[in-house]
Each structure stands twice: as C-alpha cells, then as structure tokens.
Design a protein around this ligand. Structure first.
Ligand code: SF4
Length: 272
C-alpha cells in the first residue's frame, strides 16, 4: 500500500493503527533455494544436523514478520554506527568482508586493527532482560564468531603462498588479507563478540584469542564434516524434536518436511 492510500484509509477510519500498518507493510516471505554450502551463522555444536541436511537438499519459504524486520533494521543501524566510529578512530580495516572456505560462506562484520594483530568483530544487540543475566556468550553467536576467526587465521596463513594468479581466483577475504602490512600478522588474530544492550547501549565484550579456541573451532568444523557425510551417504540424521511445537521446531523452516517423514530421496527429488 502506498503512502497516499494509507493516508486516505486513515481519513476514513479515524483510529486505524499506524504501527500495525508499518508492521504489515514490512512483512514478507523469502524463498530460500537449496544450496551446496553452509552459512557460518548456522554452525554450532548444538545445531540440528537434520536441518543442515535439509538446507542443502531442498528450498523453503521463510516468513519474516514486520517486527522481525524492524529488529534486523535496528541491528543494521547499530552496525552502521560502529563502522563509523571505528573509521573515525582510524582502526577500521574492513567491513562486511565476505569469504567462502571449505564450503562455508560468511560475511564478517568488521576487521579492526589491534596491536600486531587483526581483531575480528561480530556485532550484536540484545534485549535488556537477556543481556543483564548473560555471563557467557550465546552458543550460536560464539559459533559464528569462531568460524570467522578460523577463516581469517586460515587466510592469514595462506597469504604468503598466494601467487598473483591464485589471488585473482580467491574470495574477498583472501584478497583483502594480502593488502595488509606484515605487522598485522605478528600475533594470531583475536575474535571479539561485541554485544550491545538495546536499552542502555552498554556493551559486553567476549574475547576469543585464536590460539585458545582451536579445539572449539575444530569441533565446529567437525559438525560440517558430519553433515557432509550424511549427504554423501544419502541419509537423514535423526529427528531431534518430538513435536512441531518443540522449542527447536518452532523457528525451523523445515519442520513440515521433517514431520512429513519423507525419505532422503523424496526430499532430494523435490517432495515437500
Ligand atoms: S523440526 Fe526439529 S528435528 Fe526437524 S529439522 Fe527442524 S529442528 Fe531439526
């Protein structure tokens, strides 16, 4: 509905809710195609392997409510603000840096200069209630950061061995890393999960020096390999939710197909 029709409607119905109109205007359905890679944001030690297999086998439709879209927009504004701050501070090396490695695709919020190292920053916002009681970083956020940290460490190690020809074939992250001076590689990279309280703008930071997290990173990469094994053997991992109303299933885009009990072959061939 365009703004004029909305105003017109407002004249006729005096108490029409403008907020409801905005939310309804922003609601959308996104069609997700099947893919042959993983998103860094979906990899965690507790990830549902069955869901990761479905994401590779079939498309799905994701309903985005207007409120969810507003939450994302607030998060995006926070990213823009910090990008400007880091830039003005003279420490911003790169923002929204994309990569694809070992079939994992990601986009790193910010790469920031540290003392003799690169700092990999993942920016998040959180509601007060959750933020106030948070002692440790949420597992999903940490998994995402650690995959980014791994990608930066890998690109840093490989940068010296990249020939001119190889550089041109590599992704944004590798090309970007080769532009940095050697001073940034004297120490291994460090990941920082930077979580801002939506009400007070106070930040909690969780520091992840690469060397202290290699075991955790290895476990995350194992999750990816496990899913690849299921795909290679054309098998579905066990269903972990017992009903469609389980907490895990509530936000799962594949719950219909999961509870329809289709075989791997049926899902692969497009049965929904
Ligand atoms: S419904 Fe539950 S078990 Fe099935 S794919 Fe989704 S999260 Fe996994």
């Amino acid at each position: 509905m365009d703004i004029f029709s909305m105003l017109e409607k407002g004249k006729e119905e005096k108490h029409i809710s403008l907020a409801k109109e905005v939310v309804s205007f922003l609601s959308s359905t996104v069609k997700k195609e099947k893919r042959n890679y993983f998103y860094a944001s979906e990899i965690s030690e507790k990830a549902c392997l069955r869901m990761l297999v479905y994401a590779q086998l079939t498309g799905c439709e994701e309903k985005i409510s207007g409120t969810t879209q507003r939450i994302w927009d607030v998060g995006n504004s926070m990213h823009d603000d910090y990008n400007k701050y880091f830039e003005r501070m003279g420490i911003l090396l790169g923002k929204e840096v994309k990569f694809k490695k070992n079939d994992i695709s990601g986009r790193i919020d910010d790469l920031v200069a540290g003392k003799n190292k690169i700092r990999v920053v993942e920016l998040k916002t959180m509601r007060s209630g959750q933020w106030n009681v948070m002692q440790l970083p949420p597992e999903g956020y940490e998994g995402q950061l650690l995959i980014y940290l791994w990608a930066v460490a890998k690109a840093s190690k490989e940068r010296l061995s990249l020939t001119k020809k190889k550089k041109s074939q590599k992704g944004d992250l590798d090309r970007f890393i080769t532009t940095l001076g050697s001073t940034f590689f004297e120490e291994p990279p460090e990941g920082i999960l930077f979580i801002e309280n939506k009400d007070s703008q106070v930040v909690k930071e969780f520091f992840h020096p690469y060397k202290e997290y290699t075991e955790k990173i290895a476990k995350l990469l194992e999750v990816v390999e496990e899913v690849k094994d299921f795909l290679a053997q054309k098998l579905l991992p066990e269903r972990r939710c017992s009903t469609k109303t389980d907490y895990g299933a509530r936000y799962c885009n594949y719950k219909e197909i999961c509870f329809a009990d289709k075989t791997f072959k049926e899902v692969e061939e497009g049965g929904k």
